[in-house]
Each structure stands twice: as C-alpha cells, then as structure tokens.
Design a protein around this ligand. Structure first.
Ligand code: FUB
Length: 314
C-alpha cells in the first residue's frame, strides 16, 4: 500500500507543472471549485463528478466533496473525499458546489443539497472529516427574505468573512435576477436576521465574493442568454451598491452547460479557479457530467477593475 501511495503521489506531482486546464487534478472529475488559503496552503474543494456515471444522461448526482491542496501551485496533494452524503449528513442526498471558510480554528463547509437548500458541515482540519452539526438545512424556503422568488434554486453558497468580523452567506440561482445574502452569527452555523437581495444583471448561479484594497467584488455565472460568462460587479459595501463592471472570463474552452469559479490570493498572486470538460473530451467520454478543475492567474488594472482572463486550452 505504501509503495503504491508513493508511486501515485509521484505521478500526481509530475503531472502538475502548469496552472491551466487538465493539469490540476486530471486523475479525477471535479467541478465547482471553492478555495481556502490556510496555514501556507491553498485548498480546493470540489463537487465530485466521479459520482456521476459516464452516461450522457447521467444528471448531476454528486453526493461527495473532494479536497486537493498545494503549497506552491505546482505540486498538488489529493486528500480524497472529505464529506459525503448520507455518511456525514443524514438529511441530504446531494452535496453540490461547496464554499469553505476558516474561523476561530474551525473549518466550515457550506454546500447545496442539489438546488433545494443549503447545509453546513464543520471540521477541525481543512482535510476533514466534515460533519453536519445541525441535523437540518441552514437555509431553506422558510428562511426570512428568501421568498418570494420565481423558481429560485437554493444552492451555490459563498461564505465570506469581512475584516470587521461580520460573516455573510451569499446564495441562490436562477430565480429573479436577485442575489440573496444573509448575515451569519459568529458560530458560523446560524443566521442573523433576514436575507436581503441585490440586483445582478443576467444572474444565473455560482456566486463568489472577494475583497481587495477596500473593494468588494461579487462575481457569478451569467445565464445562457448571456453566454454563461463569469461576470462581476464592484461595491464599497458587501451587501449593497454593486455596479456591473464586465467580464472576468468568457465561457471557458470546451465547456458546456454551466460555469463556476473561485478567486483567491496566494503568496502575493491572484488566481481564478474554474471547471471545464477538457479531460473528458480527451478521454472520449460524454463530457457534460464529467468536469475537471483548472486555474488561471488573475490580474487587476490600476483602477481596481479586473483584466479579462484569456483561458488556456490544453
Ligand atoms: O455542479 C452542479 C451545479 O452546476 C452547480 O451548483 C452550479 O453552479 C453548476 O456548476
């Protein structure tokens, strides 16, 4: 077992010499990357598309979250499945599109039960195991401020901890072109007050929030009519006043019916993590439900706006 593990780690390490496309974790099908920078490493958490069959009609059936990490953006370690339904959460049968955040020495992982509610899991380590502390959803249709919304998907959580200690959870998809955001209490597993919303042009799903030099950046996947780009807005507040600023990335090459991303700073550089279908296409299997992770560098203009990413195609 030891020899096999060493061989596997070596092979995995050798394959990682670029940021783009299928060089991040091409031995797995992973999607919806969320990032956590913690104790000198960057952790990527992903929906596990290996839970979906190779069948072109598989559907999204992901019920586990996989974590990989790196200390240098070149060599990646595979930590395997860190959270799984129903093993670690009895009420959920799906674990989609995580968001992970550290606070007070604990790690919090938020996930969508498909599009029908958001749960939270906790661990003392970034590599899990993560367990459900609530025994129920954190966000559902009864959460104040969530409704009314037309056909809103309750998923794609994005947890954000501001410099003043206030944490927020952004979430939602489809619906009414309005993003939902709610305050989290310091325990990170309970909400404070009611969800508010702000208008997001052509909003579809996959929200992300980051802060740089006092600017709040809300980024998201636009809807199919707007070509499922990753677009962004900027504000001086985390919950209001957002102004549309443009495109972070066009639909990545070899992508398909969705787009999802994360943005993070690591060791002085900014990066944009996303998924595409390059690996499945190369293997010759139906790519829709078999996505793979990819990363590009992200650059800012002098006025704080983001330089559009040109995706690498391998
Ligand atoms: O992976 C399932 C869903 O596809 C995610 O929740 C969406 O953001 C899209 O990437």
């Amino acid at each position: 077992y030891f020899k096999l593990s060493v061989l596997f780690c070596l092979l995995f390490t050798l394959a990682k010499n670029s940021f783009a496309d299928d060089h991040i974790a091409s031995h797995r099908h992973l999607a919806d990357p969320a990032t956590l920078v913690y104790n000198g490493r960057v952790y990527l958490y992903a929906s596990n598309d290996d839970d979906n069959s190779d069948d072109k009609n598989s559907g999204y059936k992901m019920k586990s979250i996989v974590c990989i990490s790196s200390s240098d953006m070149k060599n990646w370690t595979d930590h395997g499945v860190v959270f799984e339904a129903p093993r670690d959460v009895t009420w959920a049968n799906r674990t989609w599109a995580p968001s992970v955040i550290a606070r007070n020495g604990k790690i919090y992982l938020y996930f969508g039960n498909g599009g029908s509610g958001i749960g939270v899991a906790t661990s003392s380590s970034p590599t899990g195991p993560f367990k459900d502390p609530l025994g129920k959803k954190l966000i559902d249709n009864e959460t104040p401020g969530v409704q009314p919304a037309k056909n809103m998907w309750l998923f794609d959580p994005m947890a954000f901890l501001d410099d003043d200690g206030q944490a927020y959870l952004y979430f939602g998809g489809n619906g009414d072109d309005n993003m939902r955001v709610i305050k989290l209490n310091e325990d990170m597993i309970s909400i404070n007050g009611q969800a508010t919303s702000f208008h997001v042009p052509s909003f579809f799903e996959a929200s992300w929030m980051h802060k740089r030099n006092g600017n709040y950046y809300f980024s998201y996947s636009s809807n199919p009519k707007a070509e499922m780009r990753i677009d962004y807005m900027m504000s001086k507040s985390p919950t209001t006043g957002f102004v549309y600023k443009g495109i972070i990335g066009a639909q990545p090459p070899k992508n398909n019916n969705n787009n999802h991303h994360g943005i993070f700073e690591f060791k002085g550089k900014w990066y944009h993590a996303y998924h595409n279908r390059v690996v499945a296409i190369k293997k010759g299997i139906p790519p829709v439900y078999k996505r793979n992770l990819a990363i590009e560098e992200l650059n800012y203009n002098a006025d704080g706006t983001i330089a559009q990413v040109i995706y690498t195609e391998n």
